[in-house]
Ligand binder design. Structure first.
Ligand code: SF4
Length: 314
């Protein structure tokens, strides 16, 4: 069996930064540090940090007053920021700068007198954070059908922003429907969809024409990983989302000679290796990597963590 690895795949700059923030916070303050929500949507990453002393909580009332609290890469609502201040928590914000950019953009549109539409998936923490960062009502649109249901004057001043990890194609369809229906609407086109999401989707689209089956390493609650699997399915390929090698099923590979393998932005490369090992257990495997885009994006850490670490007393 030939395995072709997508390029790029796996960790993006926002995920690398978020994990580094938890690691450095543990080095600086010692365990425990508290992380609100999964720092990124990946069980292996969360387990690894938990083993080092991070405690994951869903709400800040689970964090003792004055403790170190880290916000996840998905961002949080203003109410969460205020609750942290009231409890005098020592906050480290791991919100991806590209998510923060969407918050800023949304606030600017509202300040300019426009009603804001957010294109995204209900219940995703990034969507909840973005809605909670923008004053007033934010209307969530998940599909082209939702656009037709919007109860707004057709000439109302509107603007849209999008979740960072959507399907480029689906989002284009929704934006086209918005622009067609409403006469005074502005937005950043699909540019809110982050570079990592766009690059991973483009790579999978290319890879799909070269393989018989697509495997995506990622978590079921990871938005960008789900979109990668959908792109494989839309290209007519049997496509499966797996957390690691233990979820690989031999029956997927009957008569298959070439497997495409990619990973969502929150999936560690060790899990890609783990999936390759599971494929090796089925028979000889030849691994290659497709020609693809090199990513050189890096995000700065919060200034609080840039000071040199002082050895702690034990
Ligand atoms: S997927 Fe994009 S928006 Fe999300 S953390 Fe990574 S770089 Fe940031």
């Amino acid at each position: 069996m030939r395995v072709i690895l997508a390029q790029p795949r796996g960790f993006c700059a926002g995920v690398v930064r978020a994990i580094e923030i938890v690691d450095r916070a543990l080095q600086k303050h010692g365990a425990p540090v508290y992380v609100r929500h999964e720092i990124v949507h990946n069980r292996h990453v969360v387990e690894n940090l938990r083993n080092k002393g991070a405690r994951f909580v869903e709400e800040l009332d689970e964090v003792p007053e004055g403790a170190v609290a880290i916000f996840s890469a998905h961002g949080v609502a203003k109410t969460v920021e205020r609750a942290a201040e009231e409890r005098e928590l020592d906050v480290l914000d791991a919100t991806c700068p590209l998510v923060t950019k969407v918050h800023v953009q949304g606030r600017q549109y509202v300040a300019a007198g426009r009603t804001l539409i957010l294109i995204g998936h209900a219940g995703h923490p990034e969507v909840e954070g973005t809605i909670g960062q923008i004053p007033g009502t934010v209307l969530l649109v998940q599909s082209e059908a939702d656009v037709q249901k919007l109860d707004l004057p057709l000439d109302a001043p509107l603007a849209y922003v999008t979740q960072t990890t959507l399907s480029v194609d689906d989002t284009r369809g929704i934006i086209d429907a918005l622009v067609k229906r409403f006469s005074d609407i502005v937005g950043p086109d699909t540019r809110d969809i982050c570079y990592a999401t766009q690059n991973r989707q483009a790579a999978v689209r290319d890879l799909s024409s070269q393989v018989d089956v697509l495997l995506v390493v990622g978590a079921t609650n990871s938005s960008n990983s789900n979109r990668l699997r959908e792109i494989g399915s839309e290209s007519g390929l049997p496509s499966y989302l797996v957390a690691d090698g233990s979820e690989v099923k031999p029956e997927w590979f009957a008569g298959v000679t070439t497997v495409g393998l990619t990973a969502g932005a929150s999936a560690p490369e060790e899990m890609v290796e783990n999936v390759i090992d599971a494929l090796r257990a089925l028979g000889p495997v030849e691994v290659s990597t497709m020609a693809g885009r090199e990513e050189k994006v890096e995000f700065k850490l919060p200034s609080k963590l840039l000071q040199p670490l002082v050895a702690r007393e034990v």
